[in-house]
Design a protein around this ligand. Structure first.
Ligand SMILES: [Zn+2]
Length: 254
C-alpha cells in the first residue's frame, strides 16, 4: 500500500503517451471526435471513428490540457464535468471550439450519502422519482449557467459500488425526452454500437486498459467504432497536483 501511495505521489505526466494513441489513430485513418459528433455524423456511416470521452472527476486543469492537445490535432471530444470540477472559462472555451461539454452526474450517490442509504434494497420508486426531480433541476441549472446539452454521463462513486446501483438507473426514455437529451453514455444502444469500448485506470491498476484492451491494438485490428474513456487525473500528473488529488479523493470517499 505504502509503495503504491509513494508511486502515485511521484507519478509524472503521461500526456505524451495519450498523444501517441491519437497520432496512431490518425495515421490509420480514424476520425477523432466527441460522442455527440459520432452520434450525429458518423453513427450510420462506414467511417472508422475513435470517440474520445473524458470524465472530469477531479482534474479540471488536466481536462484543459487534453483539450489543447486534441484541438491542435483537429479532433473534438466529450468532456463530462462534475459540479465540483466545473470551470466556466474552460468549459466555454471548449464549447466554442465545438467540443462537447456536459454534466457528469452523481445524483443518486449524493442522495444516498445525505440520507444514509447503504443497501440496494433501500432504493425504492419514491427515491428514484426524487432523484429524477433533482437531476432535472441539475440539467436546468447547467443549461441556464452554460449551454444546451445533448448527452449526460453517469459518474461512478464509491457509494454506487456499495449500493450496487449506478447513478444512471434514474435516467429512462421519458426523462431523456423531457430534457431533449439524446443519450446517457451507458445506454445499452450506445454501448452496443461500439466495436471496442476501452477505459483507462489509475496507477493502482498499473494503468492497465480495461474492457476491450489497449487502444493501439484495437486500432491495428481496424475496429470501426472505438470509444476511449479517459480520466484526466490518470494522465496529467505532477508532484503537487498528486498531493492535492489525494485530499480530493479522500474527501469523496469518506
Ligand atoms: Zn466519474
Amino acid at each position: 500500500m505504502i509503495k503504491r501511495v509513494i508511486g502515485k505521489i511521484l507519478q509524472t505526466s503521461r500526456v505524451a503517451e495519450y498523444e501517441e494513441v491519437l497520432q496512431h489513430a490518425r495515421k490509420q485513418g480514424y476520425v477523432l471526435c466527441s460522442l455527440k459528433d459520432w452520434y450525429a455524423k458518423y453513427r450510420d456511416t462506414e467511417e472508422k471513428v475513435l470517440i474520445l470521452r473524458h470524465d472530469v472527476d477531479y482534474d479540471t486543469d488536466g481536462a484543459f490540457r487534453f483539450f489543447q492537445l486534441e484541438k491542435q490535432l483537429g479532433a473534438t471530444s466529450s468532456f463530462y464535468f462534475r459540479w465540483k470540477t466545473m470551470s466556466s472559462p474552460i468549459m466555454h472555451e471548449m464549447y466554442q471550439n465545438n467540443f462537447e461539454v456536459s454534466l457528469h452526474f452523481e445524483t443518486l450517490a449524493t442522495y444516498a450519502k445525505k440520507y444514509h442509504l447503504l443497501k440496494k434494497s433501500d432504493i425504492n420508486d419514491r427515491i428514484i422519482e426524487n432523484c429524477q426531480a433533482i437531476l432535472s433541476d441539475e440539467i436546468n441549472r447547467f443549461e441556464q449557467t452554460y449551454f444546451k446539452i445533448y448527452s449526460i454521463c453517469s459518474h461512478g462513486d464509491k457509494r454506487n459500488r456499495i449500493l450496487d446501483t449506478p447513478n444512471h438507473v434514474i435516467v429512462d426514455q421519458e426523462f431523456k425526452a423531457k430534457h431533449k437529451i439524446l443519450f446517457e453514455t451507458y445506454d445499452a444502444n450506445i454501448l452496443s454500437a461500439f466495436d471496442a469500448y476501452i477505459s483507462d485506470s489509475s496507477i493502482y491498476s498499473s494503468f492497465e486498459w480495461k474492457h476491450s484492451g489497449a487502444p493501439c491494438k484495437m486500432i491495428d485490428e481496424e475496429k470501426q467504432t472505438i470509444c476511449l474513456l479517459t480520466h484526466p487525473i490518470h494522465w496529467n500528473q505532477s508532484f503537487f497536483k498528486n498531493i492535492r488529488m489525494f485530499f480530493a479523493i479522500y474527501s469523496d470517499n469518506r
